[in-house]
Design a protein around this ligand. Structure first.
Ligand code: SF4
Length: 351
């Protein structure tokens, strides 16, 4: 890859970062554990949302040992609302490995750190460069967007192997003396100036060294092929209340989407079945009253999937012994359980 402005680009970018950087809690530390927590939280979640979670999380788990041995249900409760709960479980598994295998010191090389659970090439590079000042690449969507424009890279960023092209680009450009600042500057430039649509080129510190700007085709980059459509699944959700005012809750399986989180019973709506009947059979209960047929209707969008939720409030009686992982609980008890966002919405209506 040939680029004639490496020094100028690097200098302007890092200088801009030092003048303009946002004051974020994880920028006041060089502790690799804390930077790791922030990077995991920031995956797929906005900075403003992450800040209060990050502060609460580190108050609860100030050291790597605190997190390594925290009860999982408590951990999921701390993560509640952030979504992508496997991130929390993987973070804890990775942290535990550091405590047990590396004497609680986060590895400072890509080989070892990349073997930790949940630590992908981006997170590894972010921790190594920000906490340990190693000149390592940390390529995320923001970085790919910025560099596709600056260097006029036309490879399709939706194709996984394209990441390699951008990793090499960062290796070529990185400021060896300030690698952490350099990587964070690229991310910030992508978030604040070189945005997906209408980049603010007139405010950009590297405009003079940006090939897409000089060629006038910033709107054509990055090249990204269309995503496949997300799948839609319809559910009837039962807020099922017994005569003591308790609600029926179940714990999701330990594997897969929203593993180990608690939810109101959900029945997938299919053409050939009646959701109410399936609900009664599956949960060993009998519906004695329909209190509100249209309690709440909403969509919940995951990255690959949309849940269309139609929730009703019913009175029920227990027929037989409930299955394991299914319980009648008071609203107070439910509040202490980790629940995904769509279930919290329903709980709010009931409360
Ligand atoms: S000049 Fe425009 S397109 Fe180029 S890096 Fe700056 S904001 Fe992005």
């Amino acid at each position: 890859m040939k680029y004639q402005y490496t020094n100028e680009f690097r200098h302007n970018l890092v200088e801009w970062f030092n003048n303009e950087k946002r004051d974020l809690p994880w920028r006041r530390t060089a502790d690799p554990y804390k930077i790791w927590v922030s990077e995991v939280m920031l995956q797929q979640t906005r900075v403003d949302t992450v800040i209060p979670y990050y502060n609460r999380f580190l108050e609860k788990y100030p050291t790597i040992q605190d997190l390594a041995y925290a009860p999982q249900e408590e951990l999921l409760k701390m993560w509640e609302g952030l979504g992508y709960y496997s991130r929390a479980r993987n973070l804890q598994a990775g942290v535990k490995e550091v405590v047990e295998k590396y004497d609680a010191v986060v590895p400072d090389n890509r080989h070892d750190i990349s073997k930790l659970k949940g630590v992908g090439p981006y997170t590894a590079g972010a921790i190594l460069s920000i906490a340990y000042q190693k000149p390592e690449h940390a390529v995320d969507g923001n970085v790919m967007r910025v560099l596709s424009r600056v260097l006029h890279i036309e490879d399709d960023i939706a194709v996984p192997k394209t990441r390699k092209v951008f990793e090499e680009a960062v290796e070529m450009l990185i400021d060896e003396e300030h690698p952490g600042d350099f990587n964070q500057a690229l991310m910030d430039l992508g978030a604040m100036i070189c945005t997906p649509t209408s980049p603010k080129c007139l405010l950009c510190p590297v405009r003079d060294y940006c090939i897409a700007f000089s060629e006038g085709d910033t709107d054509k980059l990055p090249v990204k092929s269309k995503k496949v459509k997300t799948k839609k699944v319809q559910f009837k959700v039962f807020a099922a209340r017994d005569h003591q005012g308790r609600y029926l809750l179940e714990k999701r399986p330990s594997e897969g989407l929203l593993a180990d989180m608690w939810q109101f019973p959900m029945i997938e709506v299919t053409e050939n079945s009646i959701s109410e009947d399936t609900f009664q059979q599956n949960y060993n209960v009998e519906i004695t009253a329909i209190i509100d047929k249209e309690l709440l209707k909403f969509k919940h969008i995951f990255s690959h999937l949309t849940w269309e939720m139609d929730c009703m409030l019913v009175g029920v009686e227990q027929n037989m012994v409930l299955h394991e992982n299914v319980k009648f609980l008071s609203v107070e008890q439910i509040k202490s359980l980790p629940m995904p966002v769509p279930m919290l919405k329903i709980l709010n209506v009931l409360n």
